[in-house]
Design a protein around this ligand. Structure first.
Ligand code: CP
Length: 335
C-alpha cells in the first residue's frame, strides 16, 4: 500500500509486505523509544488525539510516539469536553479538527464512526478503536510482539499456535488480530470463550477462507495446552446492556501461575491487550504471573510506542529522515 497520507482504519487494508515494512520501521525506532537518541523530524507537526472512550495505553502511547518524533499533541478526551456534546456532527468535527492537525488519532464507541470521520477529514486518520469493530494499531503491536517473542525462541509467525481467551464477541483487539493472522501461513487459532461471547461469524469466515486452522472451545485447560501464545482478554463490560449481564461471565477463564504450570507448555508466552481486570471477581491474569518471564504484557505495551512511531513516520513520509534530524540525549537515562 501507499502509506503516505493514508488513513489507518482497518487491518484489512494491509498486505503482508506492508506489515513487514511497518515492523522494519518500528525496529528502527528503538533508540528513540528507549531515549538513547532524540529526533526532531516532526518538529512543527501536530497530532489531534481524540478519545471519546476511556484509554490509557492507546491515547498516551500515540501521544508519546508523536512527541518522540518531535511533534506536538492536542487532545480531546470524552464527549463532554467536545462540542459533540452540543450536537456537532462527526462531519463538522472532522472538517474543523483536520484544519488544526497534520494527523488525527480517534477512538469512538460506535463501530464505523472513525471511518465516517475519516471521510470528512482533510488529514490522515488512525483508528484508535471504534466500538467492538476494530483496533488496528493494537493488532499491529500484538503481532510485532508475537514476532519478537517467537524470534527469541527461534520461531516465526508462520506456524503460530495461539489461544485467544475471554470476550471474543466484543473484543475489538482480537477481531483485528485474527484478520491480521490471515496474512500468515500454517496458523492455528484456538478460541476459548463462553458460547454467548464467541468470535463473530464474519471473523471466523475470514480466518477459514485464509486457511487458518480454527478450534472453538469452552475449556481453558484444553485450549491453552499446546500453544505458543495464550492471549487473554477482558470482559468488555461497556459493550453489555447492563453490568449484571457482564458479571455473569466475569472470572470464568482465569489464568494464574498454578494453571499455567499445570496446562501450558513451558515457554508459552502470555499476552493481553490490557487493561487486565484485576478486580477480585474477574482477575483474568493473576498478579502471581508478574514474575513469570513469559508474561509479555508490559513488553507488549512498550512495543505500542515503536509501532505507533512507525505508523506516523510512514504516513507523514519521514521514515527515512528520522536519523538525519537526531542527536544523543543530554539527560540521565536510567533505563
Ligand atoms: N489496549 C488498549 O487499547 O488499552 P487502552 O484502552 O488503555 O487504550
Amino acid at each position: 500500500m501507499e502509506f503516505t497520507g493514508a488513513h489507518i482504519l482497518s487491518i484489512k487494508q494491509f498486505e503482508r509486505a506492508d506489515i513487514e515494512r511497518i515492523f522494519q520501521v518500528a525496529d528502527s525506532m528503538e533508540p528513540y523509544a528507549l531515549r538513547r537518541r532524540v529526533t526532531r523530524v516532526l518538529e512543527g507537526a501536530i497530532l489531534g488525539n481524540m478519545f471519546f472512550e476511556p484509554s490509557t495505553r492507546t491515547r498516551v502511547s500515540f501521544g508519546s510516539a508523536f512527541n518522540l518524533l518531535g511533534g506536538e499533541v492536542r487532545e480531546t478526551t470524552g464527549f463532554q469536553s467536545s462540542a459533540i456534546a452540543k450536537g456537532e456532527s462527526l462531519y463538522d468535527t472532522a472538517r474543523v479538527l483536520s484544519g488544526y492537525s497534520d494527523v488525527i488519532c480517534m477512538r469512538h464507541p460506535e463501530s464505523g464512526s472513525v471511518a465516517e470521520f475519516a471521510e470528512a477529514s482533510r488529514v490522515p486518520v488512525i483508528n484508535g478503536g471504534d466500538g467492538a469493530n476494530e483496533h488496528p494499531s493494537q493488532a499491529l503491536l500484538d503481532l510485532y510482539t508475537i514476532r519478537k517473542e517467537l524470534a527469541d525462541r527461534g520461531r516465526s509467525i508462520d506456524g503460530l499456535r495461539i489461544a485467544m481467551i475471554g470476550d471474543l464477541k466484543h473484543g475489538r483487539t482480537v477481531h483485528s488480530l485474527c484478520k491480521l493472522l490471515c496474512l500468515y501461513q500454517n496458523v492455528h487459532v484456538t478460541l476459548v470463550s463462553p458460547v454467548e461471547l464467541a468470535m463473530p461469524e464474519a471473523v471466523l469466515e475470514s480466518m477459514r477462507e485464509a486457511g487458518i486452522d480454527v478450534v472453538i472451545s469452552q475449556d481453558l485447560a484444553n485450549g491453552i495446552g499446546a500453544v505458543d501464545i495464550a492471549y487473554a482478554t477482558r470482559i468488555q463490560e461497556e459493550r453489555f446492556a447492563s453490568k449484571e449481564e457482564a458479571n455473569q461471565y466475569r472470572g470464568q477463564f482465569r489464568l494464574n501461575q498454578a494453571i499455567y504450570t499445570q496446562y501450558c507448555e513451558p515457554n508459552t508466552v502470555i499476552m493481553h491487550p490490557l487493561p487486565r481486570d484485576s478486580r477480585e471477581d474477574a482477575n483474568e491474569l493473576d498478579n502471581d504471573l508478574n514474575l513469570n518471564p513469559n508474561l509479555a504484557i508490559f513488553r507488549q505495551a512498550d512495543n505500542g510506542v515503536l509501532v505507533r512511531m512507525a505508523l506516523f513516520a510512514l504516513i507523514l513520509n519521514v521514515a527515512d529522515q528520522v536519523d538525519k534530524y537526531s542527536r544523543e540525549v543530554t539527560w540521565y537515562n536510567g533505563r
